[in-house]
Design a protein around this ligand. Structure first.
Ligand SMILES: O=C(O)c1ccccc1NCC(=O)[C@H](O)[C@H](O)COP(=O)(O)O
Length: 209
């Protein structure tokens, strides 16, 4: 079964719609320069609204460790996602499970990345776009992903209801992650697109089983 993470949630109704449609995880962006940025109080409300068994992921980009700790003290995050140039030592200092995002471009050695971040629960593979750390809506060449990565792969970057089935068929990831491709506007999810995205993942899973 391919898991689904809906990232960049800012509204309780979007969190609930994602959970209702079967999302396994939601992502909360604690990066001030993102149009999907959430404050600590808002994030606490979002996390509290979720039903059980939906994972809450907190996303950071080269954040001050004190800020990450302040978020952790107020918001019951299940997983941390580090989306910048963090080192393995930085990522492990919080004593929490984490995902390491890698922005993929030609020449990147993903086997080396997996060895470097062996303490991560998974690698989240996103598109490299200069100057923008994430949420770009851009895809990357899925052929750059080795078949034998020793960590689970969360495929991300420019996925949407029209291309996610092809992505799952090609990459066979542990999970897929989407933000722009299911939005009505930046930070505002479109419930119909979220449903279509998750239904496409379910459909291709059945077809591949
Ligand atoms: O979503 C953002 O605005 C964002 C900003 C800075 C760093 C990461 C960000 N999002 C991370 C995600 O996990 C997105 O889902 C991922 O980048 C894919 O985004 P998209 O291509 O828009 O589906």
């Amino acid at each position: 079964m391919t898991r689904v993470k809906i990232c960049g949630i800012t509204r309780v109704e979007d969190a609930l719609a994602a959970a209702r449609e079967g999302a396994h995880a939601i992502g909360l962006v604690f990066y001030e320069r993102s149009p999907r940025h959430v404050g600590i109080a808002q994030a606490a409300q979002l996390a509290a609204a979720l039903p059980p068994f939906v994972t809450t992921v907190g996303l950071f980009v080269d954040a001050d460790p004190a800020f990450v700790r302040a978020v952790l003290a107020a918001v019951p995050l299940d997983l941390l996602q580090f989306h910048g140039d963090e080192t393995p030592e930085y990522c492990t200092q919080f004593g929490r499970p984490y995902l390491k995002a890698i922005r993929v471009k030609a020449g990147v050695d993903l086997l080396q990345c997996a060895a470097r971040f062996s303490t991560a629960k998974a690698l989240l593979l996103d598109a490299y776009v200069a100057g923008v750390p994430g949420g770009t809506g851009a895809t990357f060449d899925w052929g750059l992903i080795p078949r034998n990565l020793p960590l689970p792969v969360i495929l991300s970057g420019g996925l949407d209801p029209d291309n996610v089935a092809a992505a799952v068929e090609r990459v066979r990831p542990y999970a897929v992650d989407v933000s722009s491709g299911v939005e009505a506007a930046k930070g505002i999810k479109d419930a119909a697109k979220v449903a279509a995205f998750i239904n496409e993942v379910k459909r291709i899973d059945v077809q591949l089983s």
